[in-house]
Design a protein around this ligand. Structure first.
Ligand SMILES: Cc1ncc(COP(=O)(O)O)c(C=O)c1O
Length: 373
């Protein structure tokens, strides 16, 4: 009874590897911060529940939360531009569902986040991967986008800072890509869930330069509440209403107590975010310096998110290499899980303790020393 389209969907490689790991495995595969949300934010969710915020709410989301997102946003936006969602995952899903018609082509990064391609397919669009290269800091090139553009190109997915590469698109490039999109009537779907995790650069949104943009963002990473499932989108007011409609058929409304907690986090959680990001900055250095010291690996310094995406010279597929490393007790993610162009890379997350990062790297070094170059 299941449709052909859905039967073709496979559990992605990251989840498969996770399932093979045991509790002693050093997990450098994590796509989430290894922090708990701030305790006062947890208390606030409890307070919201005790005070009766346990019913259906507006499908647009809590008014005060939409207000606060608009107030804090670096670009001048209105609460009517904001829609609260169940994580960035659902924001991405309805952004594509709401804008892509059957056969429309959607450009997405390769290597890129594992949900992009299936979400385009679920919306019945045609996924068109664009390459991002290590030599360019994993920043997309306008020439590559132009090479792939056809009259069917409807949308472009940007992800800065990027999962899996840690690449951050600089301001000048965001401006050039936005101009290109505008000239060609292409919608930008901008996944900015790592916007707080930028180290020696700035985060710039294409929303600054373009109107036809859907920004997808989340509380998951910023406040380390991935399991609470809360995100949001920012887009044109005249689109929000239609997107909110499909959204409401999807989820009825975002969860009320979590929205109260997220509002509290936005108003009071700045120190928590700063501390977490500076912890990641320290770990990033250890991770990158360590990888640079391993013969056969080449790593550029990622400017954002919490991943390093080194290439390697060994004659082995990334999946096989990740399996060999897992046998030694360390979980890393094969680059090929993020697209064909991710082959010959690994993704290592530094959302783990310095001690685990150091042990993990030592293990990889000892293993790969035996591999011929
Ligand atoms: C680039 C990117 N976008 C979106 C998401 C999904 O985030 P959420 O937990 O808000 O659904 C992730 C999670 O790993 C991600 O890495």
């Amino acid at each position: 009874m299941i449709t052909e389209r859905i039967r073709g969907f496979e559990l992605h490689d990251i989840r498969k590897l996770f399932e093979m790991a045991d509790e002693d495995t050093i997990n450098l595969g994590q796509g989430q911060p290894d922090f708990q949300p701030p305790m006062d934010v947890i208390d606030e969710m409890y307070r919201a529940m005790k005070e009766g915020n346990n019913r259906y709410g507006s499908h647009y989301g809590l008014t005060e939360l939409r207000d606060e997102i608009a107030v804090q946003h670096p670009i001048d936006i209105d609460p009517d531009n904001v829609l609260i969602t169940v994580g960035a995952t659902q924001a991405l899903r309805i952004a594509l569902e709401g804008t892509v018609d059957i056969g429309d082509e959607v450009l997405y990064p390769d290597p890129g986040f594992v949900l992009f391609r299936p979400h385009i397919e679920l919306a019945r669009g045609t996924p068109v991967p664009y390459r991002v290269e290590q030599k360019d800091g994993f920043v997309p090139a306008v020439e590559e986008l132009e090479r792939l553009r056809t009259e069917k190109t409807k949308a472009l997915i940007l992800n800065s800072p990027s999962n899996p590469t840690g690449g951050v698109i600089p301001r000048k490039k965001i401006r050039a890509i936005s101009r290109w999109a505008k000239e060609n009537d292409i919608l930008i779907i901008s996944d900015e869930v790592y916007d707080r995790f930028v180290y020696d650069d700035e985060h710039v949104s294409s929303l600054r330069y373009c109107d036809d943009v859907v920004v997808v963002n989340s509380f998951s990473k910023s406040f380390s509440m991935t399991g609470w499932r809360l995100g949001y989108m920012i887009t044109r007011e005249d689109w929000i209403h239609d997107l909110a409609n499909i959204h409401s058929y999807n989820i009825a409304c975002p969860p009320e107590p979590v929205q109260h907690a997220a509002l509290f986090a936005l108003k009071n959680g700045e120190d928590f975010v700063d501390e977490m990001v500076s912890t990641f900055a320290e770990r990033r250095k250890v991770m990158v310096d360590g990888l640079k010291d391993i013969t056969g690996f080449h790593c550029i310094t990622p400017k954002g998110a919490f991943y390093a995406f080194p290439s390697y010279e060994f004659d082995i597929s990334s999946k096989q290499l990740a399996l060999e490393i897992l046998k030694e007790g360390v979980l890393v993610t094969p680059g090929a899980a993020f697209g064909d162009n991710g082959e010959d890379h690994l993704r290592l997350s530094y959302a783990n303790s310095l001690e685990n990062i150091e042990t993990g790297l030592r293990t990889i070094e000892e293993l790969t020393r035996r591999f011929p170059l």
